[in-house]
Write a protein that binds this ligand. Structure first.
Ligand code: TZD
Length: 561
């Protein structure tokens, strides 16, 4: 229990007192929180010092959005809420993008922000960094709470933890006004006011009838398909999920962050025949419609069924409980799916893999995405415990399809929103939480959103190897200004930029790589040395497409020419 200077009570007895600072720290520690990601300033500077002194790891960032992204992905990796700590108003706003992204992706995170005094904020009298933060956070968070009294800190932290972890996990906002931190109370009473949350993510067992309905539907399928999402990865029910896939013999398709839940090289993995299986399948466990298909959806939230297609067999519960119930339901003698279906998939897979192998074997100059990613694929294969962080458009789509993942929760990327800017926050958290080598494959535009955090990588000496696929711009570097004026086109950056020099400014290793051989050597050295490394991998500026795989989402002009 943290205490402050003893105070002499009226009776003359020495009374141990504690304060808001220490109660928050103690409440977090009591609940197994060991790391805070944040950025200091009024009113939380002293809090960061005291937290460090109390044995919490405090990782300071250069911008709150990156601290927030770090907290969110730490939550995804550990099933404990990731904590992000920000100052009031502008710091809080900088953290909000990450909070909203966490909520959308079901990452458990708590954004704790200092705030100005309620009395002044509510009368809009002009306090330092005055803002009604709770009201602003509410629509972007799964839940939002404010604590006004030191004796309520225990309840506030407990409610935030439960909201972040239970059911569909998400982002939670906790508002702590400046005055709260200095409030004192009797240390013993303070200690008693804290809550160690029991069973914060309770199991939710699916109904027997729901399981039976799903098993019946699956039994009748001629072309079944299992789709695994990142919720399945989060659940850490890896052995049961693998058993369900293997016992049923049903082909499966991992969504981006579920890659590696079973190894991508698994014979039932249908990734290499993705565009064939999605519209062809007749019964799909978990995902979207192409007409005439039947769906089983496993989800912890009963509201999610029918959210975009009719769900014929919703199975509501936590993934672990649902999968083990389905496993029990299918029993020991489940017939494999029809051979026609399996061989049609195998045929497509074989052809696509052969085509890809041909493309990957080429060695064009300058490098393109494929020749560079053939190297990344080999490095990940040789280091299956390394964590791959990935963002960009082409840099994202090509990496996802080319680089096989071999273990669960090793691929962290832009998630549901396709948000740029997660890169360095995710990389820092992945290294801090796991101690494993991190490899971040970044588009040059994507990197720019969080690039200043290379200083953070160096400051904490993290084993992170950042590879920037530098093709001189957003998507590509070939656009021209149609007016012929001096400004370059909106998608174009400084040509031939040397991102490797950035990390050298902070004592990290910078490498300029123009061939696959140079890239391989630099990545191998980064993994061997575990030093913070940034490789500027020069990619043909004409390679890739507008918006990667989602070109069709760009609105077209209706203007008649
Ligand atoms: N801003 C935010 C926060 N997220 C976004 N997704 C975008 C803007 C729009 N956007 C994309 O969807 S991908 C991308 C942007 C700006 C960058 C693509 O360029 P890149 O990758 O250099 O990162 P490639 O490999 O050159 O395509």
């Amino acid at each position: 229990m943290g205490t402050v200077e003893p105070q002499v009570a009226q009776s003359g007895d020495v009374q141990e007192v504690t304060d808001g600072f220490h109660l928050v720290i103690d409440a977090l520690k009591l609940n197994g929180i060991d790391t805070i990601f944040g950025l200091p300033g009024i009113p939380i500077t002293d809090f960061t010092r005291m937290a460090q002194a109390a044995g919490l790891r405090v990782i300071s960032f250069r911008h709150e959005q990156n601290a927030g992204n770090a907290a969110a992905i730490a939550g995804f990796m550990t099933q404990k809420p990731g904590i992000c700590l920000t100052v009031s108003a502008p710091g809080f706003l900088n953290g909000l993008t990450a909070l909203a992204n966490a909520t959308t992706n079901c990452f458990p995170m708590i954004l704790i922000s200092g705030s100005s005094e309620r009395e002044i904020v509510d009368l809009q009298q002009g306090d330092y960094e005055e803002m009604d933060q709770l009201a602003i956070a509410k629509p972007l968070a799964k839940a939002a709470f404010r604590v006004l009294h030191a004796e309520d800190i225990g309840v506030g932290i407990a409610r935030a933890i439960r909201a972040a972890l239970s059911g569909r996990p998400g982002g939670v906002y906790l508002d702590l006004p400046a005055k709260l931190f200095a409030q004192t109370m009797d240390a013993e009473a303070g200690k008693k006011s804290l809550i160690e949350v029991v069973d914060p993510a309770p199991k939710q067992i699916p109904g027997a009838d729901a399981v039976k309905r799903a098993v019946e539907l699956l039994k009748g399928a001629k072309k079944p398909l299992i789709v695994l999402g990142k919720g399945a990865a989060y659940a850490q029910a890896d052995a049961d999920i693998r058993a369900l896939v293997e016992k049923t013999g049903i082909p499966y398709l991992p969504m981006s962050m579920a890659k590696g839940l079973l190894p991508d090289t698994h014979p039932q993995c249908a990734s290499a025949a993705r565009s064939f299986v999605l519209p062809e399948a007749d019964v799909v466990m978990d995902h979207k419609s192409w007409g005439g298909q039947k769906f089983i959806q496993v989800d912890i939230s009963p509201q999610e069924a029918d959210s975009n297609v009719r769900i014929d067999a919703p199975v509501v519960g936590d993934i672990g409980s649902c999968v083990s119930a389905l496993l029990a339901g299918i029993g020991a003698s489940w017939p494999k799916p029809p051979a026609e279906w399996l061989s049609a998939i195998a045929e497509r897979k074989k052809n696509n893999i052969a085509k890809m192998a041909e493309t990957l074997a080429k060695n064009p100059s300058p490098m393109n995405f494929h020749s560079a990613l053939a190297v990344v694929r080999d490095i990940i294969k040789a280091n299956p415990d390394a964590i791959l962080v990935n963002e960009g458009a082409n840099a994202l789509d090509f990496t996802r399809s080319i680089v096989d993942m071999h273990k669960p929760r090793k691929r962290l990327d832009v998630g549901t929103w396709g948000v740029m800017g997660i890169g360095m926050g995710f990389a820092v958290a992945a290294a801090v939480v796991s101690g494993q080598q991190v490899i971040a494959i970044e588009g040059d535009s994507a990197f720019g959103f969080s690039g200043m955090e290379v200083e953070t990588l160096c400051r904490y000496n993290l084993p992170v190897c950042v590879v920037i696929f530098n093709n001189n711009g957003v998507y590509r570097g070939t656009d021209v200004n149609p007016t012929g004026g001096p400004d370059v086109a909106p998608t174009v950056f400084v040509k031939g930029a040397r991102y490797d020099k950035l990390i050298e400014a902070f004592g990290g290793v910078g490498v300029h790589a123009t061939t696959p051989a140079e890239l391989r050597k630099a990545m191998e050295e980064a993994v061997r040395s575990r030093r913070p490394t940034l490789i500027n991998a020069v990619i043909d500026e004409a390679a890739g497409t507008e918006s990667g795989r989602i070109t069709s989402l760009n609105p077209k002009s209706g203007e008649k020419k």
